[in-house]
Design a protein around this ligand. Structure first.
Ligand SMILES: *Cc1c(COP(=O)(O)O)cnc(C)c1O
Length: 369
């Protein structure tokens, strides 16, 4: 029964068998609320919608391959040099581009124990050996990462905040990581959820990369900017890497609509920040309400929570995933990583959607009447 909602064990042979996919009708015929993919629950702002509509009249022509306007806007918004910015078809593409540049079969790619699943896929596509460093309290551990470096380590991927745990290392720890890393190991700091920890946090992470020849910071418009479906991400990388990164990237990988939308979103940053503030306030409210019921969330710097039923194991997690769907039409993500069997992950929705989730959680904890 549960398996019809969530996927089975991960397999590189079944890349589309994604966690959280629904393959049965909602039993009460309720509208589905998908909180399984860490997406933003809002539509495009009016300015972004207008920019997409305008660009749609020009889709007969290619977007600019180098994303000139978007890079200029990103440079301006983040206080960076536009020549150190490369855009991609989602940051996902850039993770691959980076690995294609620096990793050959047999090389080691280092991540933390509960690191982002895409890092594993990227390493597998290069035929690399994946090495996982232990975590402490479901949080990446800099000493463990540094201790796992070998002469074959080429690349370190660290999402901070991390997905699926949501936990965050302070910038002082990231500094220790980049300072302790051999200069021939490329460190990728993935800031996909950075805005939900703070725009200041993002700025500090970019500052850490400035002047270093082996540190890349990746960002995305998919999460805080709410443009997941358009596919646009970017990386802040050392100037010396740029020619080879472009050589490894598709020429027209960032489409015209995505460039227009992302550029407009940067010009409409007050809306983005207001939405991030609402999500962060909801994150606090929902985590506190769940804690009162006996459902504990890990501390999160993201737009999602990883939770478990206190004192219960994987079966309770599985039952709660099924309950959310059957009871309220809510889709969440079942985490099956070794060591995360007791947990499930959901993104914060609108306040109404979160209320629905809280009521459904209450129904679960109180049991059948
Ligand atoms: C969602 C996510 C991304 C972003 O993916 P896009 O390809 O930009 O949509 C990157 N890293 C992590 C950790 C994520 O969770």
């Amino acid at each position: 029964m549960a398996d019809s909602i969530t996927s089975g064990p991960r397999s590189y042979l079944e890349p589309l068998n994604l966690r959280g996919r629904i393959s049965k009708p909602q039993p009460k015929g309720l509208p589905l609320v998908n909180l399984g993919f860490n997406e933003l629950p809002y539509g495009p702002s009016p300015k972004v919608a207008a920019a997409v509509a305008e660009a749609s009249a020009q889709v007969a022509s290619y977007g600019t391959p180098l994303c000139d306007g978007l890079r200029a806007a990103l440079a301006q918004a983040n206080g960076l040099d536009a020549d150190q910015i490369i855009c991609g078809n989602g940051s996902e593409e850039l993770l691959d581009v980076i690995a294609r540049n620096f990793v050959r079969p047999g090389d080691e790619v280092l991540i933390s124990a509960y690191g982002y699943i895409q890092f594993e896929m990227v390493a597998a596509r290069q035929g690399a050996t994946l090495v996982k460093a232990a975590e402490a309290d479901f949080t990446s551990d800099v000493d463990a990462l540094l201790g796992a470096v070998t002469p074959r380590t080429r690349l370190v991927f660290l999402a901070n905040p991390n997905n699926p745990t949501g936990t965050v290392l302070p910038v002082s720890e990231l500094k220790r990581l980049v300072e302790g890393m051999p200069s021939d190991v490329v460190v990728v700091l993935d800031l996909a959820y950075g805005e939900f920890t703070g725009f200041d946090h993002c700025a500090e992470v970019h500052a850490l990369a400035e002047g270093r020849e082996n540190v890349i910071v990746t960002r995305t418009f998919s999460k805080a900017y709410g443009l997941a479906g358009l596919r646009c991400g970017w990386a802040h990388a050392p100037a010396a890497m740029m020619p080879s990164l472009y050589a490894a990237r598709g020429m027209g990988s960032v489409n015209r609509l995505a460039q227009a939308a992302a550029t407009a979103a940067l010009a409409d940053l007050a809306v983005v920040k207001a939405r991030v503030d609402e999500i962060v306030a909801e994150r606090r409210r929902v985590a506190a309400a769940l804690a009162d019921m006996g459902i504990t969330a890990l501390p999160s710097g993201t737009n999602f929570l990883l939770v478990r039923v206190d004192g219960k194991g994987a079966e309770a997690a599985e039952a709660l995933v099924v309950h959310f769907f059957d009871d309220a039409g809510i889709i969440v993500s079942r985490t099956r990583e070794a060591g995360l069997e007791d947990w499930l992950r959901f993104s914060l929705g609108t306040p109404d959607q979160n209320d629905l989730l809280l009521q459904s959680a209450r129904n679960f904890m109180e049991g059948p009447a």
